[in-house]
Ligand binder design. Structure first.
Ligand code: DC
Length: 220
């Protein structure tokens, strides 16, 4: 079965999706990591990120390997480096390039062929896997998402400003929702889960219950 988990940044998708995949014994596909890898490869190549042909040419050279939370780009372990804020700041023209998105979606389908997967991103239930048997849209209010990010930074002893985080997050939501190709949107058959006020354990329990009941329904 393919389980798609889409939703905005900060809804808690990444860690809960990985744990859900582990609990189910499914492969975990972190599609954000793929866009981050292409961005990192473009930064390393020192090309103009606003040149769509140049970034596409680099994207075509990227061999991305994802395994149990670790990420390799052309055989180099980049698990930590792709989380670097420079990568996040540079990702927009890459994620908005329709040709790169097409390449990524094709790679995502290849990875999930003939295996059970939990795949996480923005366009998984709508574009990459419109026929997936279990689609979840995980969200939380903008304030709750910004509050969690603020707390994460404080916990890591990094100075943070809540209003700035909220503003940046609103901009990112708008970019993700309004781009022409693969916008952040819930599939019409997705189950909405709002994580406001829920702990990670509670979210995981809820998602596990949703998937298990879908597995039972499909088996009937
Ligand atoms: O989920 P994340 O923060 O690792 O995603 C990194 C960026 O990639 C984010 O700006 C949204 C974008 N993204 C996307 O456009 N489509 C996806 N399927 C996954 C991520």
């Amino acid at each position: 079965m393919i389980v798609t988990i889409d939703g905005p940044a900060g809804a808690g998708k990444s860690s809960v999706s990985l744990k859900l995949a582990e609990a189910l014994g499914y492969f975990f596909l972190d599609t954000g990591a793929m866009y981050r890898c292409v961005t990192l490869a473009c930064l390393r190549a020192k090309i103009d990120l606003s040149d769509p042909q140049a970034t596409l040419a680099i994207a075509k050279t990227c061999e991305i390997e994802l395994s149990k939370g670790s990420v390799k780009l052309n055989q180099d372990d980049v698990t930590r480096e792709i989380r670097n804020p420079t990568v996040a700041k540079s990702i927009k023209p890459i994620a908005e390039n329709p040709h790169i998105r097409e390449l990524m979606v094709q790679a995502q389908r290849n990875i999930c062929q003939n295996r059970d997967c939990v795949t996480e991103g923005r366009d998984q239930g709508t574009v990459a896997f419109p026929d997936a048997q279990c689609k979840i849209f995980l969200t939380a209010s903008p304030q709750e998402r910004a509050r969690r990010r603020y707390q994460q930074l404080l916990d890591s002893n990094i100075d943070a400003d809540y209003d700035e985080i909220l503003n940046l997050q609103n901009q990112r939501d708008e970019n993700d929702s309004n781009r022409e190709t693969g916008p952040l949107r819930a599939a019409s058959d997705a189950i909405f889960v709002s994580t406001d006020g829920m702990s990670e354990e509670q979210v995981l329990a809820k998602l596990t219950q949703i998937v298990r009941s879908r597995i039972e329904q499909v088996a009937r």
